[in-house]
Design a binder for this molecule. Structure first.
Ligand code: NAG
Ligand code: ZN
Length: 245
């Protein structure tokens, strides 16, 4: 860990603002907040964390899935490892589809990492691009969108925890930091370590050098979803609250 931090520091001092492919894949300029393809229903509310409206949750906490034909067996094993984190900590179950009308199709041949938030009805895709998305943290992040969660850093209370430095946000990308207004609160405080929290250079015009998400607590180091290996316990608690188990 120390070595990694040192390497990151050296890279930032050396000043080569190369955006890693794993980050590029999550920061799609044409999608909402980088990786949200759409939101099931849009009912105004004033709470936070998860989607409003029980009709947008997966019935019984069961998420039927299929793999698109492009998904290789090694990709499948990373994706199944991501699902296993849900199975270990929450009551949500990803089950291979057997005829259910509502299900996710996981594809690796589309561009970028993205998902819808909540169930939209019928087939919905979760994109885990071969180039940049086959990381367990990214898998868990996108699947957590699919079951109804937004980003941690767009919670209504985020200004108490992070400062968004808009002076370094890529011009035109500012709306990716809009706070969401269609949320319900599912019982956990803001958590910097949430799998739904982006890293410190999200949408930065100078990746690796100029932070865009600056924690108010100077001891906190934010990491990208792809650098995480499991969901936070607070994420699991929120899932279990949302799905009443
Ligand atoms: C990706 O694969 C799916 C089948 O799983 C196919 O329907 C789709 O057209 C492919 N998309 C691209 C962009 O090739
Ligand atoms: Zn996301």
């Amino acid at each position: 860990m120390k070595l990694l931090l040192l390497a990151a520091l050296v890279a930032s001092v050396a000043g080569t603002p190369t955006i890693p492919q794993a980050a590029k894949a999550m920061y799609n300029p044409d999608l909402s907040e980088g990786d949200i393809k759409g939101i099931a229903g849009q009912e105004p509310g004033h709470e936070r964390a998860a989607i409003l409206g029980d009709q947008y949750l997966w019935s019984g906490g069961v998420v039927p899935y299929v793999f698109g034909s492009s998904v290789s067996s090694s990709e499948q094993s990373v994706i199944l490892d991501g699902m296993a984190d849900f199975h270990a900590k929450t009551c949500v179950r990803f089950q291979h589809r057997s005829g259910e009308a509502d299900y996710i199709e996981i594809v690796t041949n589309d561009s970028g990492c993205w998902s819808y938030v909540g169930t939209i009805g019928g087939q919905q895709r979760v994109s885990l691009d071969t180039y940049g998305c086959i990381y367990i943290g990214t898998v868990i992040h996108e699947l957590m969108h699919a079951i109804g969660f937004y980003h941690e850093h767009t919670r209504n209370d985020r200004d108490d925890y992070v400062v968004i430095d808009f002076s370094h946000v890529i011009s035109g990308m500012e709306s990716n930091f809009n706070k969401d207004t269609y949320w319900r609160y599912v019982g956990e405080d803001y958590n910097y370590a949430s799998i739904m929290h982006y890293g410190t250079y999200a949408f930065s015009d100078n990746w690796g050098i100029d932070a865009t998400i600056v924690p108010t607590d100077p001891n906190v180091i934010l990491t990208e979803a792809y650098d995480k290996y499991e969901m936070a316990q607070s994420d699991a608690n929120e899932i279990n609250t949302l799905y009443s188990c």
